[in-house]
Design a protein around this ligand. Structure first.
Ligand SMILES: Cc1cc2nc3c(=O)[nH]c(=O)nc-3n(C[C@H](O)[C@H](O)[C@H](O)COP(=O)(O)O)c2cc1C
Length: 403
């Protein structure tokens, strides 16, 4: 099966096609360090056998943190990260004879910044779709000068990631966070708004700064929203009628290719406003199956337009017991080069081991697509699976829901 085959990305070997997608646990410490639950989650991931473990959104600056417990890599805490990575590699090496490629997702949460627990939005532009009913709130549009300072911050975090022992870094551009929002800043004035070149300037400048700050052995990659799911001019990748339009996503992939970036993690949607597009679930406004098909269609079109790029397909947890077989078919069909799992890793981090051992997944351990991990996060708590990882997360879930 292709899913078990190795793949080379910018000269680095990925041992199979399974990607553990970035999943925020909101369980770091106030100073951005790894907390007890963070440690536990990643050690469980290390036992999962994935080819790539994509570390969750990690802030590059304090005011861009999505919550007061979001990871934030600094000179002061880098050694704890290093320790965790070493332990993960040892466990994986002993169990599987290989280590996963580990990538750190670097983020500025932009509109969704809550560094002190309450919203302190930093926006690319005022967006009536997101701000409905909140017209009185003072949303701070980031200035061009503040934008100019970001490439250095990303470069600095990337260097810390290298020091910690990560194999690569992701300049995050998805899910409505800062750089993704810039992609649809059609009406913003100045050098970061308007034309395609201007709207992608900050993102690409950050990628260039990160590449310049790192040795060639460090992978530079990105998680890119190819379609926000909002009509033009309030979202990226869509017409005024909200139809998918991948013209500019393809132009971005061409820019990435020019920069010798081979690995791109494709995603879609905004988890705050249209979570069914981002992470298909049961009981949403559309059958989750439609959401999975949308993700496949978009990633497939992009993969076929850029056959030498290694694209990751997202949103596979919904497929449940059939997830691996479905993923294998997508690989065989050339819709993607790797397959990503998000919620499944919270519920059932050893799903791939079970598949290798038994040829099937254990239906008693599967993610049930209930959305409770997201509910915990939105309630301001830590995120985990209260159904399959009950002992730890059920009491916390109950506590948050009582509030
Ligand atoms: C609790 C939770 C936390 C998440 N954290 C991140 C994150 O840190 N970075 C990111 O790019 N996506 C994040 N996502 C999105 C997932 O990576 C993934 O794209 C999404 O859940 C769809 O995949 P799935 O259907 O396999 O869960 C998160 C999703 C959930 C539910």
């Amino acid at each position: 099966m292709i899913i078990n085959e190795a793949l080379t990305v910018n000269g680095r070997t990925v041992n199979n096609r399974i990607v553990f997608q970035p999943m925020e646990g909101c369980d770091g410490t106030a100073d951005g360090n790894i907390g007890e639950l963070t440690q536990r989650r990643y050690m469980r991931f290390a036992e999962g056998g994935a080819g790539i473990i994509w570390f969750e959104a990690t802030a590059v600056c304090k005011n861009g943190r999505a919550n007061p417990r979001q990871l934030y890599l600094t000179e002061q805490n880098v050694d704890t990260y290093k320790n965790l990575l070493q332990n993960m590699r040892s466990v994986s090496l002993e169990k599987f004879g290989y280590t996963p490629l580990m990538i750190l997702q670097m983020t500025h949460s932009g509109r969704y910044s809550k560094p002190n627990g309450t919203p302190e939005p930093i926006v690319a532009y005022r967006n009536p779709l997101y701000e409905k009913g909140k017209e009185d709130l003072s949303y701070q549009s980031i200035t061009d000068e503040e934008c100019d300072a970001l490439p250095e911050m990303f470069a600095h975090t990337a260097q810390l990631a290298e020091k910690a022992g990560f194999d690569g870094v992701d300049v995050k551009c998805c899910h409505g966070y800062l750089f993704d929002e810039f992609l649809s800043a059609y009406d913003r004035k100045g050098k970061y708004g308007g034309s395609f070149e201007n709207r992608t300037r900050l993102y690409l400048n950050c990628i260039d700064a990160v590449k310049n700050a790192l040795p060639d052995t460090m992978l530079v990659t990105t998680r890119l929203s190819a379609y926000d799911g909002f009509p033009y001019p309030f979202g990226f990748g869509a017409s005024e009628q909200k139809e998918i339009d991948l013209t500019e996503a393809e132009k971005i992939l061409a820019e990435l290719q020019k920069r010798n970036i081979e690995l791109v993690n494709i995603t879609i949607g905004n988890p705050y406003l249209i979570p069914h597009i981002n992470r298909p679930f049961v009981g949403g406004p559309e059958n989750g199956e439609i959401g999975v098909q949308r993700a496949v269609k978009i990633t497939g079109e992009l993969q076929k337009a850029f056959p030498t790029l290694k694209l990751i397909l997202s949103a596979l947890s919904f497929k449940g017991a059939d997830a691996i077989n479905f993923a294998e078919k997508r690989l065989e069909n050339g819709d993607c080069s790797l397959v990503g799992f998000g919620r499944m890793t919270f519920a059932y981090p050893d799903f791939y081991c079970d598949f290798l051992e038994n040829g099937s997944l254990d239906t008693n351990k599967l993610c049930v697509k209930c959305g409770n991990c997201s509910k915990m996060m939105r309630a301001g708590g830590v995120a985990g699976c209260p159904i399959r990882d009950k002992e730890i997360y059920l009491p916390l879930y109950k506590k948050y829901m009582e509030k």
